[in-house]
Design a protein around this ligand. Structure first.
Ligand code: DQA
Length: 149
């Protein structure tokens, strides 16, 4: 099982940015947590972060070209603006889970729109960084090929 775990703009500043919304865990600590969790569950995790929309599009396409089994993505603010990310996920047809650390549905009006959601098999909001692990477990449970009895 191979998963791409993609993070969008400002998520490299986890632990620094608005701890009331995003907690005190740093991006590096998050990646260590994800890698440890994935290793324990025989999952290969490719973790990437960028502040640039096109990089995220490129990596969604790369996930397809590299035969990944699924994608976990927190697109950050591009959630609320990016048709390019929606189109990218639609293009690759890989099961994709949208994750938000904060409970976006209880925040500002402009955070109530998610373009990418229409192409995602699941959305997890407001579970802090644990949401990433829940997304990974969901994909592992529902989409792991071949090995289930
Ligand atoms: C976020 C929520 C977005 O609205 C915001 O722009 C982010 C982080 C979250 O993880 O809660 O950058 O995706």
């Amino acid at each position: 099982m191979k998963l791409y775990v993609l993070n969008g703009p400002n998520l490299n500043f986890l632990g620094i940015r608005e701890p009331a919304h995003y907690g005190s865990t740093t991006y590096l600590q998050l990646i260590k947590l994800i890698e440890t969790h994935c290793a324990a569950n025989q999952i290969e995790a490719v973790c990437r972060q960028s502040n640039h929309e096109g990089d995220l599009v490129d990596w969604i396409q790369e996930a397809y070209l590299e035969h990944a089994d699924g994608i976990v993505i927190n697109p950050g603010a591009y959630t609320h603006t990016s048709i390019a990310l929606l189109d990218a996920v639609k293009s690759v047809m890989l099961p994709t889970v949208e994750v938000h650390i904060s409970k976006v549905e209880e925040r500002e009006d402009f955070r109530q729109v998610s373009y990418i959601r229409a192409a995602c098999v699941k959305t997890i909001t407001g579970h802090g960084i644990n949401g990433y692990l829940e997304a990974i477990d969901f994909l592992n449970r529902e989409y792991r090929k071949g090995e289930q009895v």
